[in-house]
Design a protein around this ligand. Structure first.
Ligand code: NAD
Length: 513
């Protein structure tokens, strides 16, 4: 780690060996129980972060409630100015934060930097949006009346995030929630707690420099039990939760029981359709990056390649060849393509998937396996694998969060491929590789892909922040980031104003006294 400047990065981000994981801004709340963060890169202990107790949580909520009253009346463009300054701090700290993301989560340094760039991009987007939180005006049926709608903040937004995007998901939510006038309480993944503390340190400085109250940005840490503090808490009107479908079902039920709102960003089972009109070179690059990038640990990772029978052997040979070129190792070394999985539990899931696919009748094309020896001491490095399979196998229907790609064959028209692509429980990202306009348009039509994201001649992973991000079915239906995703962080109010001396009723109802 030393040779990659990790210690310098930790120092620049204000991280120590022991860190308080509960914070209301610059004020930390002490606790005696700690989570240890191990790097999947080399197995070393990076540091410890304290777990939030119920009492500490209550302090956080009080600070957030007080801050909300002040924050909500600051004009939105002035809130945007705070987000602009936050974006500037992220620009200044892009390298150390990118490095920490890479070292704590295990993605490549380039992807770590990309994640911080996404945070900067959403800040820029939110700054512009802070002057555009528009409602509509409509014509009243009553004479001398005006009707319009406006958006008001919700209050405290709870954010629960997954390990694989340990910093960007928080920023997608917070940058929008803040300009909307909400305050945020974030519980990062217990697998990447230092990323959470680092982000909190960055925003705390901005809030302090601007003399803003404690509580606009709060941090809590721990496992699902700490997440439950928020999902069961009526003071949190919106819970934005990113993670597995298993988690999403529980969170949706818990928040739904108290009639709160939840924004769910859950698992995917993403496919690329390769038609007879596909560009093979582009297909291979898109599929390989999609399947092995972030070691297959993106919600948008390519899990299935659905190839037309006339192209099947060509694509199969090209992709198997490409896998032979992959270099697996330390993700901070930019010569490597594939880094480690997050932990040894993830390695066990990967091994199980490879066993299952064979047991269910699949045929391994590129062997997997766990790497050992020098450079692989953490036990988290695995070989990206490819198996020929069929869509109805139980394992293919399941999201394995690892670099395992299933090759499926289709024949006949593109509709057959679309049917296979849609025939899974999840509905996050999808793609078609084709130069045929008719195929592309059919894929994008109402009878086409049922996913939240549908791309043409691009892989399944790597979304931009300008579009709304999220998926359907077991992916949870939530939308974050660009377009009008901001609306979920606000409540809508319809206002009718009568500027006459009469009081006519709607629908022409007569009521005389
Ligand atoms: P996970 O579900 O194990 O954990 C996610 C978060 O939820 C963690 O912070 C965890 O502590 C918390 N949590 C778990 N159970 C909870 C409960 N009952 N109540 C409250 N909080 C609870 O997921 P993970 O392993 O960290 O991440 C991988 C998963 O996330 C994959 O399925 C991936 O597809 C998904 N993901 C989806 C998106 C998206 O935008 N759709 C983005 C990133 C990751």
């Amino acid at each position: 780690a030393k040779e990659f400047g990790i210690n310098t990065a930790l120092e620049a981000l204000g991280l120590n060996k022991k860190n308080e994981g509960t914070s209301t801004g610059s004020k930390s709340i002490k606790s005696s129980e700690f989570i240890t963060s191990y790097s999947p890169v080399d197995g070393a202990v990076i540091g410890e972060v304290s777990v939030t107790t119920k009492d500490a949580y209550e302090e956080v909520m009080s600070a957030a409630q007080i801050a909300y009253k002040e924050w909500r009346v600051i004009p939105a463009p002035q809130r945007g100015e705070i987000v602009r300054q936050f974006g500037e701090e992220l620009r200044r700290l892009k390298e150390p934060l990118g490095k920490l993301v890479s070292y704590e989560m295990g993605k490549s340094y380039q992807e770590g930097l990309g994640e911080v760039q996404e945070m900067i991009d959403i800040c820029d987007f939110a700054v512009g949006l802070s002057r555009q939180l528009h409602g509509l005006t409509m014509h009243s049926e009553r004479p001398g009346h005006r009707m319009y709608e406006q958006y008001h903040p919700l209050g405290i937004v709870g954010i629960i995030s997954a390990f694989n995007f340990p910093v960007a998901v928080w920023a997608w939510n917070t940058a929008l929630a803040w300009i909307c006038g909400d305050v945020c309480v974030w519980k990062p993944s217990e697998k990447t707690p230092l990323c959470g503390v680092a982000c909190q340190n960055i925003i705390a400085k901005v809030l302090k420099d601007n003399n803003l109250p404690e509580g606009i940005s709060c941090l809590i840490n721990g496992d699902y039990k700490v997440g439950e503090f928020m999902t069961t808490d009526k003071r949190v009107p919106l819970v934005s939760a990113t993670g597995s479908t298993r988690m999403g079902r529980i969170v949706a039920a818990t928040v739904g029981k108290r009639l709160g709102k939840s924004l769910l960003e859950l698992g995917g089972n993403n496919a690329i359709i390769v038609t007879p009109d596909a560009d093979v070179k582009m297909t291979v690059i898109g599929a390989v990056f999609g399947a092995v990038g972030t070691a297959g640990q993106r919600c948008t990772s390519t899990r299935r390649l659905i190839v037309h029978e006339s192209m099947y052997d060509t694509v199969k040979n090209a992709i198997v060849d490409a896998y032979q070129q992959l270099k697996i190792g330390n993700p901070l070394d930019e010569n490597n393509h594939v880094g480690p999985l997050i932990d040894t539990d993830a390695v066990a899931n990967y091994n199980k998937a490879l066993e299952d696919v064979v047991a269910q009748g699949g045929n391994i094309l590129v062997e997997g396996g766990v790497l050992t020896g020098a450079g692989y001491e953490s036990g988290c490095y695995v070989k990206p694998a490819i198996a020929e399979a069929s869509n109805n196998m139980e394992i293919v229907q399941h999201e394995t969060f690892a670099p395992v790609l299933y090759l499926l064959k289709y024949s006949g028209e593109v509709e057959n491929a679309i049917e296979l692509q849609n025939d899974v429980a999840q509905g996050l990202s999808s793609a078609i590789m084709t130069n045929n306009l008719r195929e592309a348009e059919r894929f994008l039509s109402h009878a086409g892909s049922d996913c939240g994201i549908a791309n043409v001649n691009i892989g399944t992973s790597g979304a931009e922040i300008g579009g709304a991000f999220g998926g359907e079915k077991d992916t949870g239906g939530g939308r974050e980031s660009g377009s009008d995703a901001w609306k979920v962080y606000m409540r809508r109010q319809t206002n009718t104003i009568n500027y006459t001396t009469e009081l006519p009723l709607a629908q022409g109802i007569k009521f005389d006294l």
